[in-house]
Ligand binder design. Structure first.
Ligand code: IPE
Ligand code: IPE
Ligand code: MG
Length: 239
């Protein structure tokens, strides 16, 4: 792959774990477990390719409505994976960040997240972001609430509100300081955004490979980067 035109921020909607397991007559959870291998493989591929931010949609706000057994298994897996990956993060200087509706997560998971984030905070390699209990509408609503509170507390609320612009509002989102994704990959052939980065994906390029997430590894990731490299991003302008 050419080294030019490497996206700064690649994001993945990791979909198809359940179908992967079903195809093999296995429990859905087995698909999630296998998916952790894909996370490892794509993280390595992204870092090697020079991607600066890799973000992963791991669990949506809507996913809380899945059967309790699946939700519990997923949460337990997250804790385990985080603990297991710490050495790898430190070795490869990966900064690890979790974004989402954290108060809905359990104490042990929140504790593991805090520890992993604190320990990797000064790493200067790729930033790996995991969106957990996240939804785009939640993010925008939270930002609006924070903005309203800041406006109300300001000396001149009218002026505060009038002077707000797009970049300024973006700083109230949980992704403040993180560049918008250049590329979003959604695996498993589904072609929808499922309440992911609604604000941040305004000019993102999308690819929709048919591969189910547990089968999506380094070659498939690099193929998506190749597809991206050929895209012509116009941002509404005439070239
Ligand atoms: C993605 O795989 C993982 C999560 C949403 C947590 P799915 O579990 O959605 O797999 P399918 O779409 O049912 O195959
Ligand atoms: C989107 O996948 C969320 C994640 C991959 C974490 P879903 O499987 O939950 O999305 P829908 O229900 O097919 O839209
Ligand atoms: Mg799915």
């Amino acid at each position: 792959m050419e080294k030019n035109n490497v996206p700064v921020h690649v994001s993945i909607i990791m979909d198809g774990n359940g179908r992967w397991a079903q195809e093999r007559g296995l429990e859905r959870v087995r698909g999630h477990v296998e998916g952790v291998e894909s996370v490892r493989s794509c993280t390595e591929a992204a870092a090697e390719a020079g991607v600066k931010y890799l973000s992963l949609y791991a669990f949506s706000e809507e996913n809380w409505s899945r059967p309790q057994q699946e939700v519990e298994a997923l949460m337990a897996m997250m804790v385990k994976a985080m603990v297991q990956e710490m050495d790898n993060f430190m070795e490869n200087r990966i900064r690890f960040v979790v974004l989402g509706h954290r108060s809905r997560l359990g104490d042990s998971l929140n504790q593991a997240i805090d520890e992993a984030m604190a320990q990797t905070a000064d790493n200067d390699g790729m930033t790996l972001i995991v969106f957990l209990s996240y939804s785009g509408k939640w993010d925008i609503l939270e930002a609006a609430k924070k903005f309203a509170a800041a406006a109300a507390a300001s000396r001149d609320p009218e002026k505060f509100i009038a002077s707000m612009d797009m970049d300024g509002f973006g700083n109230y989102l949980c992704t403040a300081g993180i560049p918008d994704p250049d590329l979003i990959i959604r695996t498993s052939g589904e072609q929808r955004i499922s309440n992911y980065l609604l604000w941040q994906a305004a000019y993102t390029e999308f690819v929709f490979p048919e591969t189910l997430w547990p089968d999506f590894r380094k070659p498939q990731f690099l193929a998506a980067l190749d597809t991206y490299a050929k895209r012509d991003r116009r941002y509404g302008k005439v070239k």
